[in-house]
Design a binder for this molecule. Structure first.
Ligand code: FES
Length: 130
């Protein structure tokens, strides 16, 4: 079985990231969006699991979270992306659809910030592995 390992792909300089605006990178043929929010950095494949919309064109922010009757509470600020086609919301920390909308998940990737640069950790098949 081939050995899976992570490759570190440069996404840009730290200063290149505007708050809540995705930067798209190509990582071995995969289009990945990287975004900096008030909650940190997130990276996800630019494909909604519902009908394959370019989810990184969606709005980043928070959402209304469960609250007491007659109350409206906003939360998860900077952790949510809303698909531009049908409005499904996904939690960028784990890729899950919020509130049971679907069991489908957005593919997410770890992000590392190192010495002023931002990297995405992308799975790859080691060419030398048997
Ligand atoms: S394609 Fe994303 S919610 Fe439908």
């Amino acid at each position: 079985m081939p050995e899976r390992k992570l490759e570190r792909v440069l996404a840009g300089a730290l200063d290149d990231f505007e708050l809540d605006r995705f930067r798209l990178i190509d990582a071995g043929g995969r289009e990945i969006g990287v975004v900096r929010t008030v909650a940190g950095f997130f990276a996800l494949r630019n494909s909604c699991p519902h009908q394959r919309a370019p989810i990184c064109a969606g709005e980043v922010g928070g959402t209304m979270i469960p609250s007491a009757p007659e109350e409206r509470e906003y939360g998860l600020d900077g952790e949510v992306v809303r698909c531009p086609w049908h409005g499904w919301e996904f939690h960028m920390t784990d890729g899950n659809a919020l509130f049971g909308t679907s069991r489908k998940r957005v593919v997410i990737y770890p992000v590392e910030v190192d010495n002023g640069s931002v990297y995405v950790m992308v799975g790859a098949v080691s060419p030398g592995a048997a």
